[in-house]
Design a binder for this molecule. Structure first.
Ligand SMILES: Cc1noc(C)c1CN(C)Cc1cc2n(n1)CCN(c1cc(N)ncn1)C2
Length: 406
């Protein structure tokens, strides 16, 4: 179970009554035993109260509560931290976050945090130098090599990478994994070698999806989870703007209204759950169970064909293009909002977000942010959906996912 920053400072004066055998009324002394005195500080009291009523505890308060009156640390520091999530291009195709890897020769690389996969892999000094131009990369420390361990991953779009494994230090937004499985690439597919923004991925699915063999390794989140103030991380992706990934705490300044939680099915290694229905624009809600995964590593939303057809029926001129492999429309079209219903609460995706990008640079035909899941086998609630929310990935003993409006 995660170690909470149990800030339970207590002023404890205990009186130990020293009583001898009961005899004639004898005097007895009461010796006061001074326990180590921890001055209860205001922040600690506030933290306790917020926790008591299930309210989010801001990071600054956690930190303030952890320092005693003489600057002594009251508890083992439970960690939390926040890392930026920066759009990789003008259309939010992916989001990149700085991560520092290594001890003797640390390097900061830009990784794609991906709740749809379970490997932390990075461009490395093991690759041919031609593959490294334009990239930051991990300088492997041979003393940290995990003997006999290899990895090989492939993604839905046919891209992939492979290599060997090192146990080294990884720092994400101030949260440190002293010994994290770092999967050093020896080879990457052309999609990655040509994409000089992405230096690798940091998997945030469940560790059952990790591809290291013979012994699968833990994700960064699983490595640090027990040291976090709370066993969770939150994705605050934004439309055409920098957001954050928060680890160990929920930041109440980053969302409005209530958080709607649902339990996740971890049996396939993903953050998998079901919406109960959908609506298009101001239309009536259609009851329909839509089972899928919250996937920060996938750009678009992929849904059952019938749902996608119902959406684009409300976009004049939209067609399902064989040429472009999906629904396209005029870039000047006004797109209706799209709502997915969770526990009776509408999770809205603004129509603007569903105008993803021109099909080619300079074209007046645009590609839709909602497409069919045909051929994928499951629905994917990708960045187009996630960027309208503050999403809590709660890794407690019964994992759940929560959504709130940004
Ligand atoms: C540039 C650019 N434009 O769009 C992308 C993506 C890139 C990045 N670039 C082409 C390289 C690349 C390819 C992939 N990624 N990055 C991220 C992982 N991928 C996933 C993750 C997942 N959960 N599900 C499916 N695939 C495929």
């Amino acid at each position: 179970m995660p170690s909470f920053a149990t800030i339970t400072a207590a002023l404890a004066l205990t009186a130990t009554v020293v009583a001898g055998p009961v005899e004639r009324r004898k005097a007895f002394s009461v010796e006061q035993v001074h326990k180590k005195i921890f001055a209860k500080n205001g922040a600690a009291a506030t933290v306790k109260t917020l926790r008591k009523y299930g309210k989010p505890v801001p990071e600054n308060l956690l930190k303030a509560a952890e320092i005693g009156p003489n600057d002594q640390i009251l508890t083992t520091l439970a960690s939390s931290g926040s890392d930026p999530a920066i759009p990789g291009d003008a259309y939010d195709s992916l989001y990149l976050s700085p991560v520092t890897i290594g001890t003797t020769n640390p390097t900061t690389v830009n990784l794609d945090f991906d709740t749809g996969s379970g490997d932390l892999w990075v461009f490395s000094s093991l690759q041919a130098s031609a593959q490294l131009s334009g990239h930051d990369y991990y300088k492997v420390d041979s003393s940290k090599k995990i003997s006999g361990a290899t990895w090989k991953i492939s993604y839905g779009d046919g891209s992939g990478a492979s290599g060997t494994v090192y146990a080294d230090k990884v720092v994400v937004g101030g949260v440190t994994a002293t010994t994290q499985a770092v999967e050093a690439a020896t080879s990457v597919s052309s999609q990655f070698s040509s994409d000089t923004d992405t230096d690798g991925l940091l998997g945030l699915s469940f560790s059952t999806l990790n591809t290291v063999r013979p012994t699968p390794q833990k994700t960064f989140f699983d490595t640090v989870k027990s040291s976090l103030a709370s066993p969770l991380f939150a994705a605050n992706l934004k439309y055409h703007a920098a957001g954050t990934y928060d680890f160990g705490y929920i930041d109440s300044t980053k969302y409005t209204g209530a958080i709607t939680y649902v339990k996740v099915d971890t049996s396939q290694g993903w953050w998998q759950f079901s919406f109960s229905g959908y609506s298009v624009g101001t239309g009536a809600t259609v009851s329909s169970s839509i089972n899928g995964i919250a996937d920060t590593g996938t750009t678009l939303i992929y849904l059952p064909t019938a749902v996608v057809k119902a959406y684009y029926a409300k976009v004049s001129g939209a067609t399902n293009s064989a040429t472009y492999g999906g629904y396209v429309f005029s870039c000047s079209a006004t797109l209706p909002d799209f709502n997915l219903v969770l526990n009776g609460v509408k999770q809205r995706v603004p129509g603007k977000y569903i105008n993803y990008s021109p099909v080619q640079t300079g074209s007046s035909t645009c590609y839709g942010g909602i497409q069919s899941n045909e051929g994928i086998g499951i629905s994917i609630f990708g960045d187009i959906f996630l960027k309208s929310k503050y999403v809590i990935f709660d890794g407690a003993s019964t994992p759940r996912i929560g959504f709130a409006d940004q």
